[in-house]
Design a protein. Structure first.
Length: 242
């Protein structure tokens, strides 16, 4: 494959990866606590640097999650809670503890706190949160759950030294990448009852990015066609009788 075609093909592959990330972000723009995924580009040569004709290949060097704060929106639902500041709620996943910013919780018939998809919400000790389902409750800024003025449970809110090392699972859930990645009680996070944190995605910015990627994709396709046409003409020229 010639230099032009190789670079164009690599650029198309990189844009396809970015389009997939962007499409997933846009699909979750209304998901509470969703953290957008981003892509970082770099250029690589697949051949020795001394070869002047070596193609420079644009690739997605890494994908990363943007953990910036989303906007808090009031819902009026007492079991909805949102975090302001760095931190995560703890929930019990199928194979271990998961961490999330999505506080769209509900209280089950037995008083257990559950996520919207039925995962148990955990307290700081890793045990399921339970309250009396027949009595009203309040949630303090520190995550304490009170009924009739008495603390009956507490939401587990933790933080990590390097949240960027967390591994994303199922959209709004994250897990520790290794046993060495240990959470600690969140020190700066505040819990707001009756609110949810929105996705940290700017739809207008995402739409502009989508249009830009599509234009880049079209230009790279055109470059690939031009490279193929040049190769065909070169072969015809060589094969022509002298």
């Amino acid at each position: 494959m010639d230099t032009l075609a190789a670079s164009a093909a690599s650029g198309i592959r990189a844009r396809l990866e970015s389009l997939e990330l962007l499409a997933n972000n846009l699909a979750n723009q209304a998901t509470a606590g969703y953290k957008a995924d981003r892509a970082a580009y770099n250029l690589y040569s697949a051949f020795p640097t001394w070869w002047a004709g070596a193609p420079v290949l644009p690739v997605v060097e890494r994908q990363w999650t943007d953990f910036s704060q989303g906007m808090l929106t009031a819902t009026g639902n007492p079991s909805d809670v949102a975090l302001s500041g760095p931190g995560f709620f703890m929930v019990q996943g199928p194979s271990g503890i998961l961490y999330t910013r999505n506080g769209n919780f509900r209280v089950g018939a037995g008083g257990e706190w559950l996520t919207a998809d039925g995962l148990p919400v955990l307290d700081p000790g890793g045990k399921p949160v339970r309250i009396d389902p027949q009595r009203p409750f309040e949630v303090s800024r520190t995550g304490e759950i009170l009924q009739e003025g008495v603390v009956v449970a507490r939401l587990g809110v933790v933080e990590f030294d390097r949240p960027e090392m967390l591994r994303k699972r199922r959209g709004v859930y994250f897990e520790a990448a290794s046993a060495a990645q240990r959470p600690r009680p969140a020190r700066r996070a505040e819990v707001y009852q009756g609110k949810l944190e929105g996705a940290n995605l700017n739809p207008a910015e995402a739409a502009v990015r989508l249009v830009t990627l599509m234009r880049q994709f079209e230009m790279l396709q055109r470059a690939l066609r031009i490279g193929s046409e040049m190769n065909r003409k070169a072969v015809d020229e060589v094969a022509r009788p002298r």
